[in-house]
Ligand binder design. Structure first.
Ligand SMILES: Cc1cc2nc3c(=O)[nH]c(=O)nc-3n(C[C@H](O)[C@H](O)[C@H](O)COP(=O)(O)O)c2cc1C
Length: 176
């Protein structure tokens, strides 16, 4: 089975997690880049106005894979906007896909992810695993949004995140 790990990251966490996951599975790791440089302002505007930024590589380049696992942050309760073009492209294909994320989690779960994926692709994801930075930070008080947004995952965190993900992926496909 040909698996692609397709990652987008604004501050590095999801790319680091994706790199560890791709080497452990193994799978091909493809990093999404945006045509225009991305800034905090772009994130907020994309989320408010439901914009889909232009990205590289072209979504059609993923046709050869049997399973596409997107690894990307959650922004304002939604999947990061650079993933949208790939989700829309899945509407016309019958490819299995999933979403894995290391998001902040300071405000609890991100309950809208499943519905968003279904709406954008027209098909249910094979897997959704949203892991939270709040569970990786040790502080005297519960981590705030500022704490989670500032946190950069370590190599050890990336391995732990991938091990958790692989346990779930193995339930889908055996052997991986
Ligand atoms: C504008 C913005 C909005 C965010 N919204 C959420 C959110 O709704 N839920 C959440 O769990 N984390 C949220 N986060 C935290 C990110 O998902 C988290 O910091 C993630 O690890 C960043 O991934 P990256 O380093 O790959 O860009 C948000 C971060 C930013 C910058």
């Amino acid at each position: 089975m040909k698996i692609a790990i397709v990652s987008y990251s604004f501050t590095g966490n999801n790319d680091k997690f994706a790199a560890s996951l791709a080497s452990e599975l193994p799978a091909t790791h493809i990093r999404i880049t945006t045509q225009k440089p991305f800034a905090m302002k772009s994130i907020v505007l994309d989320m408010i106005f439901s914009r889909t930024p232009k990205v590289h590589p072209h979504p059609d380049s993923l046709q050869q894979y049997d399973l596409i696992l997107f690894v990307a942050p959650v922004w304002m309760g939604n999947v990061a906007s650079p993933v949208r073009a790939y989700l829309h492209a899945l509407q016309s294909k019958r490819q299995a896909y999933g979403l894995l994320s290391i998001s902040g989690g300071a405000d609890g779960e991100n309950p809208k992810l499943m519905a968003e994926l279904l709406k954008r692709t027209g098909a249910s994801p094979a897997i959704v695993l949203d892991q939270h930075i709040k569970d990786y930070i040790t502080l005297d008080s519960p981590p705030t949004r500022q704490d989670t947004s500032a946190y950069k995952i370590s190599d050890t965190d990336a391995v732990r995140l991938s091990e958790n993900a692989i346990k779930e992926i193995k339930k889908l496909i055996a052997p991986v």
